[in-house]
Design a binder for this molecule. Sequence first.
Ligand code: PLP
Length: 378
Amino acid sequence: MSFQTDTIHAGVSPDKAYGAIMTPIYQSSTFVFEDIGKHRGFDYTRSGNPTRAALEECVAALEGCSCAVAVTTGMAAITTVLHLFRTGDEIICTDDCYGGTARLLKTIQEQFGLKIHFVSLRETGEIESYITPNTRAIWIETPSNPLLNLIDIAGVTAIAKKHGLLSIVDNTFLSPYNQQPFRLGADIVVHSTTKYLNGHSDVVGGAVLSNSPELDARIRFLVNSLGTCAQPFDCWLVLRGIKTLVPRMKEHERNARAVAEYLDRHPKVKRVFYPGLASHPQHELAKRQQRGFGGMVSFEVDGAIEQVNSILRGTKLFALAESLGGVESLIEHPATMSHASMGAEHRAAVGITDGVIRLSIGIEDPDDLIADLSQALA
Ligand SMILES: *Cc1c(COP(=O)(O)O)cnc(C)c1O
């Protein structure tokens, strides 16, 4: 089936009890055995749940892989994957990853003795100099948050394969509609389903996806052992959100393009970060490895923090809030909000200045979004 048809139908079949067309919420911790050693596919919700199974089958179909496991948050997905490693292992991670990912990687480095190399994966030529006999994985996040830098996924996964390393891709920013890392050589994909997959800012969730019998089994074992699994009601909400993924992503992109082009012409804006602009240094790579350019736009203004603050306080439609990927537009300041946990030194190293503002473009009327930014910038 096509991607769009899968968003509606994958994993979903009429309920066996009453024929309900929408997947029921099996809000039950345990399931009655039919006889000793015999149950109907589920015994305890930490190990498996029919509502969660429907979501997992749907997300696996969208990413084109053999296994998806739904977990409580995006960070739970990342936590689960990090349990594949042991003390002494080394991971090479993109240097401008999500702030929460950087914080967790630094914490496990200190507490459990994994070694993390934060490296710019944009220069694929430099990656091999960081590979040692202890290197186990390369952690990719593209486009990056908030600067929308791209990594050539196929280029990096080819290096990983050559050295026997796992390639892990955080695909939250584009969703499987706009980017499909397994087709580009990834071994594991993680999602914060909180963002575009659910799309309505009413749940936090995550997913870990894999595409080999060995990894599928290890990840299922870890989720059951760690207890990072998602709750039935949350799974139902995400499954419901996914049904409108395609039309939402098209509207996010149409609006993001309009806003990016508007900001690009504005005299107070020093720089716009949006891979859909022909001026973006990696526009060609974006066209090659992505279906579309997504709904995130960042921009940099010159000057003092007062100017940044007056823009952040000045919008009426854009709400001042972290997170992204919902139907409503948000504005935020990475240096003091989403990327505060990264630390000033790490931010400076990757170029997230205090003048950078990030927008999550919703699906409102684009003229209203531009009018709102226009009065805030004035
Ligand atoms: C939000 C986000 C996460 C963390 O997800 P939560 O659901 O908030 O735990 C991880 N990676 C990226 C790229 C994100 O945007």
